[in-house]
Design a protein around this ligand. Sequence first.
Ligand code: IVH
Length: 727
Amino acid sequence: MNNHNFLAGLFFCYDVSYLLSSNFHATVAPRDLAVLHGGCVAFLVTPVANFDTLALPTDRYVIIIDNMNKNEAKKKIEGLREKIRHHDYLYYVKDQPEISDAEFDKLFRQLQDLEKQHPDLVTDDSPTQRVGGEPLKEFKTVVHKKPLQSLDNAMNEEELQAFDKRVREALEKDKIDYVCELKMDGLAVALQYKKGKFSVGSTRGDGVRGEDITQNLKTVKSIPLVLNDPVDLEVRGEVYLPYDDFVSLNEDRMEQGEATFANPRNAAAGSLRQLDPKIAASRPLDIFLYYGQAKLKSHYEILEYMKKLGFKTNPNTRLCHGIEEVKKYIKHWDTAREKLPYEIDGIVVKVDSISDQEKLGATSRAPRWAIAFKYPPMQAVTTVERIEVQVGRTGAITPVAHLKPVHLAGVTVKRATLHNEDEIKRKDIKIFDHVIVQRAGEVIPEVVKVIKEKRTGHERSFHMPVKCPVCGGELYRPEGEAITRCINAACPAQVKGRIGLFTSREAMDIEHVGPAVVDQLVENKLIKDVADLYKLEKNDLLDLERFADKSAQNVIDSIESSKNRPYDRLLYGLGIRMVGRHVATLIAQNYDSLEDLFDVKEEELEKIHGVGKKVAASIAHFFGEKENQQLIERLKKYGVNIKAKKARGPQPLKGKTFVLTGTLETLSRPEAEDLIRSLGGHPSSSVSKKTDYIVAGAEPGSKYDKAKKLGVKIISEKEFKKIALNE
Ligand code: IVH
């Protein structure tokens, strides 16, 4: 009988549950067992496997196993839930965690293990029930107790002024207290609590009936499953996805070959309306609650009360005395909204006094005591001056609209992607059209729609070229696909694109070979693929324009030093479709050399966690091609490292996410990132609650402030090296 069964079968253990859930195995000799007073059992273990990963200080342990009875287990479970709820609240609602992720994980695993031992003690409101259960067949309908009304809009200051006038006249008051709130652009939901426990969560639907999305909402960590008071209550709020998470979700989807979401709102709504709760659980959705009913005099007090119950309300909410203060608030957020980590589309202005709200009442559509001041969307109107096509490194032909420059959300927009031929047809975009352009998050601007009323008749239709504008080669659009491609792999645009990716910072990081140099090298026929870079000699460069002895030497030196990059960078740099940085790392963790991938089977790759079917097919296809194999052989011949660094040492950073900011003294960025990867960690470019450490060098940027706000641990380069290298 192995130790695991022995423990699980005989005793209830809590102190070692953490070790056991870490796949820990140890041999226990009977002579090492001792029954202690009070029914506890102690034994001495000599760990044999997986023990080093726990990074415990010695190599022999006495483990005390407590033979708990049901009552004690119940008490322990309740105590753990209480603690976890408290820390969840500090982390997700207050943004002020007090314990490390590792400490939290430990509590969570203890609870999971206890619940596994005592399935009869599992309750719906346990924090372990947030992970997302079985998929549903369909959503049930929920009839809202009180309809979820909409809001009337004010599109400008006059309309806001008129709202204030109506309110003052109806209430016969000179000055009104208003609560001003950010109007989140997400999905409206209603949450019902019975005796302080979350019971049903629903979408707004048509206002009267919504869909029961309780399972999905339980995965939103900032929604409390248990309130601090056992009250019956319904609250309403908006679920949203922060920009950063939206961008990384889209990056992941792109990597996996899935369609991307057009904006954070669609991503949030799409996540909550999935029948499989695991999908919502995998996305970092968040919520702000903005409405609740309680026997209190003012909306502001209700919000304060909701906060006390454990709900997350927006910290930017303000009580304004009179409409002039409201206007100031609106003006402030008109520009400040660009810096928010989530999208808002306006400000909601609400009469604060509940008795005044009741006096004002509601129309069939919306309350008379509130109004939504709508900001013009982060959109702008401009004209299409011309449409050109770009040829990407995969040969994809992307039509791009060249626009009359327009100011939009802090930047000047000159171009917008039109995606593909079908999109142009669907939106009916013509040259010289007036169009609305928009930016969502950090996504490249796109044309939302054409203002057809502004057409004069002089607009010209755009036709996709029949020949590649760069090489003159044939274009091909496969049946059923949206993308037209240049099929000439030797097309200079593709060649430049492939080499450009290869030399980029994220790939082989060849410092002095930027896009302009790549253009020069390709146009002068010095290189035609990435392997040719390693054949270059200084004299080849001296013949080129703008090159002198020093600049030529710099190029040669940086190419030379790239030969030793970790092979996952090379793999990414090869530009295999659907293989982003993340997938490249996964592959490199599972295969020792690029040569091991020659003729690899799709099914084999699919076994790697995080590699989907399409990605596996794309990799298998790439390495099956003779030409690609030859390219890799040539790289190897020129001395480029194509192997995983052998003898993977200890992985002290396993599972930890690091963000670098500022200038480090002894390590360059790529060096620090490689070091993190090689020790099992994950370097990331954006700070979130999931970040474990920020490594701050000299003159750190805004990431530093964000980390501080989120309570992410900030460490110096020295401390980082201590953790990573024990230096
Ligand atoms: S109050 C009776 N407050 O805007 C209460 N709504 O256009 C009515 N919204 O469906 C809603 N942020 O989804 C309110 N701070 C906020 C809001 C907000 C976003 C959404 C909500 C509603 C829509 C109305």
